[in-house]
Design a protein. Sequence first.
Length: 118
Amino acid sequence: MTTATKTSAKARNRRMARMPADHGNNNEKIGAKKPAAGIAKAAAKPSETPKKPAKIELVLIMLRRAEGATLDQMVEATGWLPHTTRAALTGLKKKGHVISSEKMDGVRTYHVAASSNA
């Protein structure tokens, strides 16, 4: 048993995904993208405000303090969940930072002891 496709006079013309809507316009290349208008202006204008530090940099700053940082302090500062914050500490260890922790009065405090990236 073979299946045949039905063709009818009302069959719609199919276009390829990259074909432009106007088939007769040969002035534009198929698939060429136009640059966004705001990109050139934003790139030419120097930023007036300094960039806010990344969250991982904020965690490093907190860990470099003399008192270090608790997990709750890092969670509050970054807005991350506790397991994400612990994963970020693991990522810092993989990047060469030596992170130590101590538990005083039932609260664990983390410190950056040294780093090879200093």
